[in-house]
Design a binder for this molecule. Structure first.
Ligand SMILES: NC(=O)c1ccc[n+]([C@@H]2O[C@H](COP(=O)([O-])OP(=O)(O)OC[C@H]3O[C@@H](n4cnc5c(N)ncnc54)[C@H](OP(=O)(O)O)[C@@H]3O)[C@@H](O)[C@H]2O)c1
Length: 282
């Protein structure tokens, strides 16, 4: 049985579906079973737990051979933070998996560093370090920014900052395919896989592309950096917006794909057209 923490989320939902389609049994960990309803019969079991509560993880671990961590605490319900979920919560998950004798596949981000201006990237760095130092057989999957998430965030043509910094975007569908491989191929233990898309694109370019795909002719507006700076001390999102507007977010995905060269690498146009086909009209 595979335990997917974060199995209710954007990536986790796709991973659960892929594992179930292979005939694998999947237990989904969630803080609220109502959030797992859309999974239907693809999840063999739903278990209530919180990565910040070690005892709830130990209770979810029986019969588990591999744990997937697709959680994050950047945003979302339940007063989450990168420190409590991505750093300390992942440490709990790894320790619980170790006690149960399970492997761990950890979702992380391209660009982790203890010095990153992004709190999330520092927390993911700590999670990776904890996992590597454990006795657990591990695979780390680092991804760039999910283009489908940004398509959802940018329902209005608004760009944070100047929007001229190139960023690597990846389709979450491609990341799910790599996670499925990481779960099912024990030959990938001890490896860090980096997944990106073929394109580095600025937010101005992404906003223009979204407008093209959606047939939207509204003027693109910007939240100026000065406004982001003023909001930054109180709020994680403008801090991240400022970082994404200024730090190197590019990535050479083709060079990183040797370990999974047969899996798809979807271009942004195709990913956005697919996502847009499923969007509800405003
Ligand atoms: N989004 C991106 O651009 C991006 C880029 C690179 C890497 N990643 C990584 O990919 C993974 C999935 O991201 P996503 O955007 O698909 O996530 P998402 O849709 O925002 O879902 C977040 C998930 O985290 C779970 N979660 C949050 N706090 C939790 C807690 N305290 N205990 C247990 N579960 C908790 C939520 O479960 P419940 O609410 O059901 O409890 C939910 O399933 C994450 O590890 C993320 O860091 C994301």
């Amino acid at each position: 049985m595979i335990l997917v923490a974060g199995g209710t989320g954007r990536l986790g939902t796709l991973v659960v579906a892929r594992l179930a389609a292979r005939g694998l049994e999947v237990r989904v960990l969630t803080r609220d079973p109502a959030r797992a309803r859309h999974l239907g019969g693809r999840a063999t079991e739903i278990v209530v737990g919180d990565v910040r509560d070690r005892a709830s993880l130990d209770a979810a671990m029986s019969g588990i051979t591999t744990v997937v961590s697709a959680v994050h605490g950047f945003a979302g319900p339940g007063r989450v933070t990168p420190a409590s979920v991505d750093r300390d919560g992942n440490a709990n998950l790894v320790d619980s998996a170790e006690a149960a004798g399970a492997d761990v596949v950890l979702l992380s981000v391209v660009g982790t560093s203890p010095e990153s201006p992004m709190e999330l990237f520092r927390a993911k760095f700590a999670a990776e370090e904890h996992l590597r130092a454990s006795g657990v057989p591990w695979t780390i999957v680092r991804a760039t920014a999910y283009v489908e998430l940004w398509a959802d965030i940018m329902t209005k043509p608004i760009v944070f900052g100047r929007g001229d910094n190139p960023i690597n975007f990846v389709s979450v569908e491609d990341v799910a395919a790599v996670v499925e491989r990481a779960v099912t191929d024990a030959g990938l233990r001890g490896m860090t896989l980096e997944v990106g898309g073929p394109d580095n694109m600025t937010f101005n370019e992404l906003a223009a592309l979204l407008q093209e795909v959606r047939g939207d002719h509204r003027k693109i507006r910007h939240v100026p950096r000065v406004v982001l700076r003023a909001m930054a001390p109180l709020n994680r999102q403008p801090r991240a917006g400022l970082a994404m507007d200024t730090i190197d977010m590019t990535f050479d995905a083709a060079a990183a794909r040797q370990a999974f060269a047969d899996l798809p690498m979807t271009d942004i146009h195709t990913a956005l057209r697919e996502a847009s086909a499923h969007e509800q009209p405003a």
